[in-house]
Design a protein around this ligand. Structure first.
Ligand code: HEC
Length: 202
């Protein structure tokens, strides 16, 4: 009889996988302290997204997309810097493809978060629910929180991040002059644009 050993083997495998899975979940279950920290970190990420979103909307409707480019260029890092100083964290935005080559590239853990977001989006998770966090030990033995919140492309982002042929010529020219190595076009609504990423000492 060949079936029972095979069955036992596969049951063992399933059980083993479940064990691995369960212990992975247990490892990331937040303590009370951690969940308070995650809540406050999440709110910093939302502040950046909301403030920037409002500024962008106002600039687009009052002065048009070409001047909104400057809003993105100046307002995004300014808001991020003041939130960083106010909350004692490092906060910035990274892209799946990048326009600002100095600031927009993801490091190793941020890439891991973006990859996870792509996978979860593909599985049908709601874009607004996508967040990632991990508490890690740094080389000098301190602990820090790595937190990321997904930025998903909205229809209003396409003026500046959509298909190149759809971007108005004068705007495309302005973007090209300010960001000669721009890669952040070709998006469509619902696609992952990037993430707000926060590093917070614990
Ligand atoms: C008016 C044009 C414009 C619009 C509209 C716009 N962006 Fe951008 N976006 C930019 C510019 C310019 C930059 C580079 C900013 C900088 O220098 O930090 C940028 C950078 C980014 C970055 C940082 C990563 C990178 O590529 O440098 C993200 C993330 C991003 N945009 C997301 C969005 C989302 C989401 C929307 C819609 C809600 C949006 N943008 C709408 C012009 C725009």
């Amino acid at each position: 009889m060949k079936k029972p050993p095979l069955l036992t083997a596969s049951l063992y495998l399933v059980a083993h996988c479940m064990l691995v899975h369960v212990s992975a979940i247990a490892d990331t279950t937040p303590s009370n302290l951690e969940s308070t920290t995650i809540d406050s970190t999440r709110s910093i990420a939302s502040q950046l997204l909301n403030t920037l979103g409002q500024k962008l909307k106002t600039a687009m409707s009052t002065d048009g997309p070409a001047s909104a480019v400057s809003v993105c260029k100046e307002a995004a890092p300014a808001i991020a810097n003041s939130l960083s100083a106010e909350h004692g964290v490092q906060i910035t935005r990274v892209g799946t493809r990048v326009r600002n080559q100095k600031m927009g590239h993801a490091n190793a853990w941020q890439k891991e978060a973006l990859t996870q977001f792509e996978e979860r989006l593909a599985l049908g998770e709601k874009p607004t629910d996508l967040e990632y966090w991990k508490v890690v030990e740094t080389t000098n033995g301190k602990r820090e929180l790595h937190y990321a919140k997904a930025i998903v492309t909205q229809p209003q982002c396409l003026t500046c991040h959509g298909q190149t042929q759809d971007i108005p010529a004068a705007l495309a020219e302005k973007i090209r002059l300010e960001y000669p190595n721009d890669q952040a076009t070709g998006y469509s609504a619902g696609k992952l644009r990037g993430a707000v990423v926060i590093t917070k000492p614990m």
